[in-house]
Design a protein around this ligand. Structure first.
Ligand SMILES: [Zn+2]
Ligand SMILES: [Zn+2]
Length: 185
């Protein structure tokens, strides 16, 4: 069966992309995948924008059939095309300040200092998004191959305060605009 957009019949299902509930009546995206545990297919439910970032190919395929009732399909398409162009972007699961300095960065393998910004990663496998560690925010260009990470970072960080979001935007802008001081001539 093809993937679907449909209004959520109840408010009980959680979005696989962000872990938050999908409100009753809210439009949701259902990705049909072969059931990893049994015969037949199973459906993974998402907020549409969460699916665009985390399951871009399925979103692009479904948008191509031009469903009429989807609000702002251009935004979904943009997000999905961006995520689809960089194989690691769908791993983004938000940003946070490291609560301890125990985790190591998946990119540079150095510890992430307590209080430093880090990006949460998840890995998709057989219908599940498994926690996959962290990278330094400062390692984003190298790890994500220069892709613009800010929009998905903000999207998957709903718990940040307005002030923290502004800080994150600033932090992403700064390092991208100017090379590190050591590399200046
Ligand atoms: Zn979601
Ligand atoms: Zn790093």
């Amino acid at each position: 069966m093809p993937h679907v957009f449909e209004p959520a019949p109840t408010g009980r299902a959680k979005c696989r992309g962000c872990g938050r509930p999908i409100e009753k009546g809210e439009l949701r995206f259902g990705e049909r995948i072969p059931n990893p545990f049994a015969e037949g297919e199973t459906t993974l439910w998402f907020h549409p924008l969460c699916a665009a970032y985390k399951r871009p190919e399925s979103m692009i395929e479904t948008l191509a059939q031009a469903p009429k009732d989807v609000p702002d399909p251009e935004a979904l398409e943009r997000a999905a095309r961006g995520a689809s162009a960089h194989r690691r972007l769908p791993r983004i699961s938000g940003a946070e300040r490291a609560p301890t300095s125990q985790a190591k960065c998946r990119h540079c393998h150095e510890p992430i200092a307590r209080g430093a910004w880090r990006i949460r990663l998840v890995f998709y496998e057989e219908g599940r998004f498994n926690p996959g560690g962290f990278v330094h925010l400062a390692c984003r260009a190298a790890y994500f191959e220069g892709a613009d990470v800010l929009a998905p970072l903000l999207h998957f960080s709903p718990d940040l305060s307005g002030e923290e979001r502004a800080e994150l935007v600033r932090a992403c802008g700064e390092a991208a605009d100017s090379p590190p001081p050591s590399k200046k001539p």
